[in-house]
Design a protein around this ligand. Structure first.
Ligand code: CMX
Length: 258
């Protein structure tokens, strides 16, 4: 069985890469590791490593493409989750054999390497991509800030845990308390029941927010919250998903305090 080693990236749809760089590169301090036009996906896309995981920014360039449709319907925000696998072809074949609704049955080239998508219907409304990066590609980048978790909001937590276990062989690290944590590599998916989601995420279903952990707060924290507000006019009240950048609520945690 193909193994899932980490959340390779989370895809975020933005209006413009340049505007999004002002936040993710200039305020958060990430490096743009790759940027390219992926014509068949109708996007200009960029990957910015953030600890073990990468932030993928997607700017639509084809008004008829899926990402442009997403932006028009839902606005900027979280679009998909990508797991790294050592064998994307095998992962797709296994998913098909399980009867999961597929978008791609065979791998195709993408920004992250060879990639393939499962249909959101397969995983509680979450669009999931598999990627096998090219040989020798670095797995993320250490720095002042690292990806900590992806928050997911579902109506039925046991059903969602069962789906993520069946589809991706992910197991709940803890089932006591809320949210349920599904570890993936050094980060995790946090699954919240809609009825018990943090107030800042009320009304969201599916991919909901990103958690980042910092070595220390101080100037970086001030820079991030100031940039989120000044670029995007977010009314930040608390750091627990209260800061929103390009449609993505963020939890900002100082490592020593968690
Ligand atoms: N996550 C979850 N659901 C999504 C979604 C997303 N990112 N995008 C669309 N949907 C849902 C819609 O909400 C809609 O749901 P309902 O039927 O319940 O209303 C349904 O999918 C159909 O939406 P649509 O706007 O009509 O879109 P399409 O059916 O044309 O396409 C999808 C949807 C997911 C099949 C298509 O976007 C796709 O094939 N995606 C995979 C490729 C991709 O996203 N590439 C961009 C990234 C490239 C990269 O990373 O390199």
């Amino acid at each position: 069985m193909a193994t899932l080693s980490r959340i390779h990236h989370v895809g975020i749809v933005v209006r413009s890469l340049e505007q999004a760089y002002a936040f993710w590169r200039d305020a958060v301090g990430l490096t743009v590791h790759k940027e390219a036009t992926v014509k068949d996906q109708g996007v200009r896309a960029a990957l910015l490593p953030c600890g073990e995981t990468e932030i993928e920014l997607l700017e639509p360039i084809d008004p008829e493409g899926g990402v442009a449709k997403f932006l028009a319907k839902r606005g900027e925000g979280l679009h998909h989750l990508c797991f790294e696998t050592d064998d994307v072809a095998q992962a797709l074949t296994a998913a098909k054999a399980k009867g999961l609704p597929m978008i791609d049955e065979t791998p195709r080239p993408g920004l992250a390497g060879m990639i393939g998508f499962l249909h959101p219907k397969a995983s509680c409304g979450v669009l999931v991509e598999y990627a096998t990066p090219p040989p020798g590609a670095a797995a993320g980048q250490a720095g002042e800030i690292a990806f900590d978790h992806l928050a997911l909001i579902v109506d039925d937590v046991p059903e969602a845990i069962a789906a993520f276990s069946r589809n991706f062989d992910l197991r709940a690290g803890t089932t006591s308390g809320a949210p349920v944590r599904l570890p993936v590599g050094q980060s995790a998916i946090l699954m919240f029941a809609a009825s018990a989601a943090p107030a800042a995420l009320a009304g969201i279903r599916g991919l909901a927010a990103i958690g980042l952990r910092m070595r220390s707060g101080g100037a970086l924290l001030d820079r991030i919250t100031a940039a989120a507000k000044s670029h995007l006019g977010a009314s930040e009240k608390s750091l627990e998903y209260g800061t929103t950048a390009h449609g993505v609520p963020l939890a900002l945690r100082v490592a020593s305090r968690t």
